[in-house]
Design a protein around this ligand. Structure first.
Ligand SMILES: CC(C)(COP(=O)(O)OP(=O)(O)OC[C@H]1O[C@@H](n2cnc3c(N)ncnc32)[C@H](O)[C@@H]1OP(=O)(O)O)[C@@H](O)C(=O)NCCC(=O)NCCS
Length: 147
């Protein structure tokens, strides 16, 4: 829980830049406290290099937040954190992982596409009525049977 403020500040800078700050320390802490959620962080000494927050529902897991600090990108940290969520989802019997990404974030959409996520829908004004979201998801069933 002690990482909640740092996660919130990094979220504001990496994910919510130019949008109202919705993932405040209080909201991040509240999500982390829920029994149905999990948070994983990547740490370099005392520095927060990356984080992922996921919620596990009855039928799917949902990635609520994912970010890797600029200086730690393209080292496979984001990929490994998403894989961690996928593996824990399968252990929980969930074979679908969902998320929303800012439509203007081409790099993030490309990142998820490389990891096997498909764009399924566009939601107008999803972010504070200001920006659209792209919904993406990955069906993990093929993954579980190939192991
Ligand atoms: C998207 C993000 C999490 C990726 O993290 P990362 O640790 O750099 O990603 P990885 O190193 O695991 O990349 C895995 C693959 O995704 C693709 N990829 C990652 N970043 C990319 C970029 N900026 N442009 C194009 N493709 C990219 C590449 O194919 C990469 O493999 P490669 O480096 O071998 O070519 C990071 O850029 C980020 O935090 N962005 C800002 C916040 C955000 O948009 N979050 C997601 C929405 S909530």
């Amino acid at each position: 829980m002690g990482d909640a403020p740092a996660i919130a500040h990094l979220s504001r800078d990496l994910i919510e830049a130019d949008l109202p700050w919705s993932w405040t320390p209080r909201r991040v802490a509240s999500l982390m406290r829920q029994r149905e959620s999990a948070a994983v962080i990547a740490r370099d000494q005392n520095r927060l290099a990356g984080f992922i927050l996921a919620q596990y529902g009855d039928e799917s897991a949902h990635i609520a937040l994912l970010g890797v600090a600029d200086e730690y990108r393209r080292q496979g940290i984001g990929r490994r954190m998403v894989q961690w969520v996928e593996e824990t989802a399968m252990v929980a019997g969930l074979f679908l992982v969902r998320l929303e990404v800012r439509a203007i974030k081409r790099e993030a959409r490309h990142f998820y596409a490389r990891l096997g996520y498909r764009e399924t829908d566009r939601v107008d004004g999803y972010y504070s009525g200001l920006e659209d979201a792209i919904k993406m998801s990955r069906d993990l069933r093929a993954l579980s049977t190939s192991k």
